[in-house]
Design a protein around this ligand. Structure first.
Ligand code: GLC
Length: 464
């Protein structure tokens, strides 16, 4: 069979992963419906995107100063930071990463929070700050119902976390309790925030036009600035300020069927094998935790149908690995192979060697593997562009900046371009947008929320 007809067969096999214009239109409409429902008081319970109120209503102006502690829990590891805001849009930080093991991810809540308090204690002692009583911002990147800036009830775990005795409880209270169990540790927790909010705030610190925050990392989610009059669930006492950040929690989009028209058998298996079947449907199509798995499942079927490795003598062994080893293709592989220029395929060859112990692959198989990875990332980027377009239109400003963070966005060379392709189609003609990479949204954002809370408090006391 000629090379071009083989590629044509593979392309045909992958068509269900290449959405049509119509399918993107439906995605746009369905997503807008869910946002409307999420914001409405009566409809919120039926919405997949819960549009959580963050109580962040003040925005940085770049002049913020002072030392803040920040905790960042929500990805594959946990960080503690000391952030120094220096005015003039500048900030410095010192941080330390602490590894999380299954004992923390899947153990009890008190164990997790005691571990966090221990790391925090070690960190402040190392910096000789243990007697300072610094304000702390806690970036806790999971769905929470907030009733104020420092009160957040955990709705569910996502991204491979599943600690017992935590869902339905106030995360702030659990952290405070763990801090008070540690003799000699004094910390003033002033705010709990999502990483999307942190990212938006950190970009707004540099450029006040940032009104959308996006994370494409282990998980995927976005937030945006909404007018208070559109937030039916917001108590009147918060309506003297004009705006509030809404944490969309769009990873859950699709739980009410909004993505059925794009769903493939691969998505179904990823969901079925996950810790949370039926939940976080959109996230499972676009986030780092799942992209490698999608490629594994596609490869599994492609090998079975003789579309890849058809002439390879290790075919049976490769099939075995693909079938029996979930997660054998890591998501970072998708970014790495996108950088392989294709003359002699050094990156793809290395992946094949690591994963399948295959030494001399056929260059055609290398090209096909890169193509499969690209189809998965393009679907992800294009879908993100559609839902981001909906947020840009919802914000309704003549110019919106989308602040972005997350390993997948940072590492993949083509994701930004794929997002822009559909953003350009869906952003209405009166509006323009740009995308800005955040500088450590989770850390700096937490400090900034702390700083604007403090500024607001000082303003109010001065007025009295
Ligand atoms: C998951 C979490 C969400 C977070 C996102 C990115 O979707 O539920 O809160 O923002 O991951 O980390």
């Amino acid at each position: 069979m000629s090379e071009s007809s083989e590629i044509a067969r593979l392309r045909e096999f992958l068509t269900e992963l290449i959405p049509s214009e119509d399918q993107f239109q439906r995605l746009y409409q369905n997503f807008c419906t869910q946002i409307r429902k999420g914001l409405g008081a009566k409809t919120n319970k039926d919405a997949s995107t819960k549009c959580y109120l963050t109580y962040v209503q003040d925005f940085p102006n770049g002049n913020e100063t002072g030392n803040y502690l920040a905790l960042d829990l929500g990805g594959s590891n946990f960080r503690v930071l000391l952030v120094t805001l220096k005015g003039d849009h500048e900030a410095d930080q010192v941080s330390k990463i602490y590894q999380l093991t299954e004992r923390e991810l899947l153990g009890t809540g008190p164990h997790l929070f005691d571990y966090i308090a221990k790391c925090l204690h070690e960190f402040v002692c190392e910096l000789k700050l243990e007697n300072e009583n610094l304000p702390l911002g806690f970036t806790f990147s999971f769905p929470c119902v907030q009733t104020g800036l420092s009160k957040a009830t955990l709705v569910r775990w996502t991204k491979g976390f599943n600690c017992s005795d935590t869902v339905g409880k106030d995360v702030g209270a659990m952290l405070k309790a763990a801090i008070s169990r540690r003799v000699g540790l004094k910390i003033d927790m002033v705010a709990i925030l999502n990483d999307t909010t942190g990212t938006q705030m950190s970009c707004a610190h540099r450029n006040p036009g940032c009104n959308i925050g996006l994370i494409v990392g282990t998980g995927c989610n976005a937030c945006y600035t909404e007018k208070v009059e559109n937030c039916e669930r917001l108590d009147a006492k918060y309506k003297d300020k004009p705006k509030i950040i809404i944490n969309v929690e769009w990873g859950a989009f699709g739980e009410k069927g909004g993505l059925d028209h794009l769903y493939t058998e691969y998505d179904r298996v990823v969901d079925k094998n996950s810790l949370n079947p039926g939940a976080q449907i959109y996230e499972k199509m676009v986030a780092g935790m799942y992209l490698g798995e999608l490629v594994r499942l596609i490869m599994m079927r492609a090998v079975k149908e003789n579309l890849v490795f058809s002439q390879c003598k290790l075919r049976k062994h490769i099939t075995d690995i693909l079938t029996k080893r979930p997660h054998c293709i890591e998501s970072k592989v998708l970014s790495e192979v996108a950088n392989d220029k294709g003359d002699d395929w050094p990156v793809v060859k290395n992946v094949f060697k690591q994963v399948f112990n295959l030494k001399d692959p056929d260059p055609k198989d290398c090209m096909k593997f890169k193509y499969i990875c690209d189809v998965v990332v393009k679907r992800c980027g294009n879908m993100l562009g559609v839902t981001l377009g909906a947020l840009v239109n919802k914000v309704g400003e003549s110019f919106s900046i989308i602040g972005v963070d997350g390993s997948v966005y940072r590492c993949h060379p083509n994701l930004d371009g794929y997002m822009r392709e559909t953003l350009d189609k869906f952003v209405e003609k009166d509006y323009r947008y740009d995308i800005m990479l955040s500088e450590d949204g989770s850390g700096r954002g937490a400090a900034l929320v702390g700083a604007v809370v403090y500024r607001d408090y000082m303003d109010k006391t001065r007025l009295k």
